[in-house]
Design a protein around this ligand. Sequence first.
Ligand code: ADP
Ligand code: MG
Length: 483
Amino acid sequence: MSYMIEGKTGPWEIVVGLEVHAQVTSHSKLFSGAATDFGAGPNSQVSFIDAGFPGMLPVINEECVAQAVRTGLGLNAQINLVSRFDRKNYFYADLPTGYQISQYLHPIVGKGVIEVELEGGITKNIGVTRLHLEQDAGKSLHDQSPSKSFIDLNRAGVALMEIVSEPDIRSPEEAGAYLRKLRSILRYLGTCDGNMDEGSMRADVNVSVRKQGEEFRTRCEVKNVNSIRFVMHAVEAEAKRQIELYESGGTVQQETRLYDPARGETRSMRSKEDAHDYRYFPDPDLLPLVLDEAWVAGLKAKLPELPDDKCTRFVRDYKLPPYDAAVLVMEQATAAFYEQVASGRDAKLAANWVIGELFAALNRTGTNIETSPVSAAALGELLDLMADATINGKIAKEVFEAMVETGQSAAAIVESKGLRQVTDTGAIAAAIDQILAANQDKLAEYKSGKEKLFGFFVGQTMKAMAGKGNPALINKILIEKLA
Ligand code: ADP
Ligand code: MG
């Protein structure tokens, strides 16, 4: 069932295409040797080229080209062995050259595809139209002085990949899943760090709505949204605005809008009539970019195992449900952590613990998989104590909480707190006798057919044994006694 928004005139379908700007991970800029470190002092990483000095000649950074090709390969996309750089001309204070070098008609990467995971184990392919390389602009700072604006050119000339999707996205959920998957692939490849809060990945969100079966209608573009959650909200808010407009007899004008997270709405920034004419033309300072097929093949051979392949392997080798596998492979570090825990152990149990208890603990303590208070080795030891019946699953959760708090090993906590599981059948039988004796009324009910009281007796026995009884033995002895 597809996602629809109910209007006064019936259901409407959402159509979305995303343009993602991803900052290329590289030590220096696309056409200059200036550094790219985040958070450096203003204007401390600016070369003459970035500052637009006359007569400076750009020189392409091979590593940035390699990063774009790796990304294209990771998106199962066509790599164009010949591409070209154009000048996109406009005036802005933070653009000292008066143009941005970009790829307009001949991008380095053509059509590709991203498979996204949706709720209920459904997957969907979203088409990638193209990926091109371009320069970022500088930054105007308006909050440093009451009377002046400042310009920081550190970002000017940093390499960006613009990754454009086909209008294949049909809901806020799909938009979120697409961005999560794209970010995951970029991080695996090491071609962009994907940190949206530092601005190294941001999205322009194109939205239109239509009645089912119609052609596409006019879209609006919501510019520069900087979190996945905001993208999802922007899709929904913009779709609702357009539906209301159509249903009150209006039409949607193609325009650029901004999303205001505080109000949860989009508002107009500029209409199509003010659309820039960028006067694109091939940059006369740069030759066409011609790639060697063998060089591309070399990059392909060195790609890491990507999320989709890892997911397939996890399902095949660890016999995990696809959902578990997809969650575990989202971040490379999580997948590695999981594999260490699962190695030589019950793989499904390991997945449950990583996705359940561990993720909850990371959330609660504000840590992540790299700074986890419980290491993979330590979690593995805890699972071993369950496997050899030293503790049961319920006590294991208690031990895990203590591990998170104290950093001690599972074994040390079990010993110091006396949490060892009771497997002494005599002690278990005695505890059961006490419970049955103290609950004669329930015992009578059970015997007259109320069989679900079995669980009650198990629970009471476990409670009497402070949670330390061996569940299998309690069940077995209880069955014998009730027979
Ligand atoms: P432009 O070059 O003007 O930005 P494009 O055709 O390249 O226009 O499209 C830009 C983005 O808009 C793409 O991500 C595309 O998928 C999306 N898009 C195009 N048409 C529609 C539409 N009718 N509704 C929603 N998104 C659309
Ligand atoms: Mg556009």
